[in-house]
Design a protein around this ligand. Sequence first.
Ligand code: GLA
Length: 390
Amino acid sequence: MNNLFDEFEKKFGTLKWTHSFYAPGRVNLIGEHTDYNGGHVFPCALSVGTYAVARKREDTKLRFYSMNFPDLGIIEVDIEDLIYEESHDWANYPKGVITTFRNAGYEIPSGLDIAFYGNIPNGAGLSSSASIELVTGTILEELFNLSIDRLDVIKLAQKAENEFVGVNCGIMDQFAIGMGKKDHALLLNCDTLDYKQTPIDLTDHTLVIANTNKRRGLADSKYNERRSECEEALEQLKLSIPIHSLGDLSTEQFVSHQHVITNPVVQKRAKHAVFENQRTLAAVEFLSQGDIDSFGKLMNDSHISLRDDYEVTGKELDALVEAAWDEGAIGSRMTGAGFGGCTISIVNKDDVDSFIHNVGERYKDKTGIEADFYVVAIGDGAKRLEGERI
Ligand code: GLA
């Protein structure tokens, strides 16, 4: 934080009237590609995230600076003239959030200076973008004294990503980052948005995130493609059974109606969405009974379904997960959108060092890539950090 304050002062003159904010990254424990299908997800907020120092301006200029992208320098735009610009890179997220807030009728009459610093590994699928969105939403809420529910901040952040940035994501990431609670995961029903904070007590186990360090190349277009495949399946199923999302179906119902889905690939996609939703509910039930082994087995099943039916894993994620299985993880799966990014594993605390070493070796042997590992803690959701600096 001190570095960020120093940087703010260097870029924007003085620290007068600044405030500081934070929003975490997230990891999803189970329930993948279910959010936009009206199913359940089970993510938690991480203890790494995006920090921001911000101050209101007297004019309508917006000036953004990120310590993570010093080469891009200060990005300056006018609040009345916000459009997506490729060259603005990361700054399109705060621009998008400001746009959706204003379009929703929230009064943001003046500009802002904001300096950002993030310690979420970039592009790893741990939601660094949703983290920037939520930290921006929190800044707007606090500095402009908006009376806005946290849920509306979350929805506007998702809208920014859908409409301003053009990625058709579901609500999981923004929700986990907005509502996260230390040492808890959230069981979220993405249809009703009802949620339950569930304590995560893994006894003598811990969560280990492993980054494939594979660039997520075509991730956005493939993601949107999966969404439309699920929509196609839903339209066909609706002709045979009255549902409004794939999340409405039990596995038995799916099995007896699946024949109406004409394209076998589309049928596999829908199968994943339905089974993953039911798996998530079962997994959370096991966890609440303290049955970590059964929770871990369902994580493994989740990966297999994402690999074979949803086809969003790829060579690197599969190699990392298989290495984790071979090295004794209680459960291991890809997490997030897929096509690269990270895995999440449950590992015995005593074995963490050897696990990281051995999985890293196996992965490198198979792919030639060096993986990164993070032993993570579950942190709080987006918040203001402290009072005004005068
Ligand atoms: C990305 C999206 C989420 C969710 C996951 C897959 O993280 O942003 O909305 O769909 O992929 O579970």
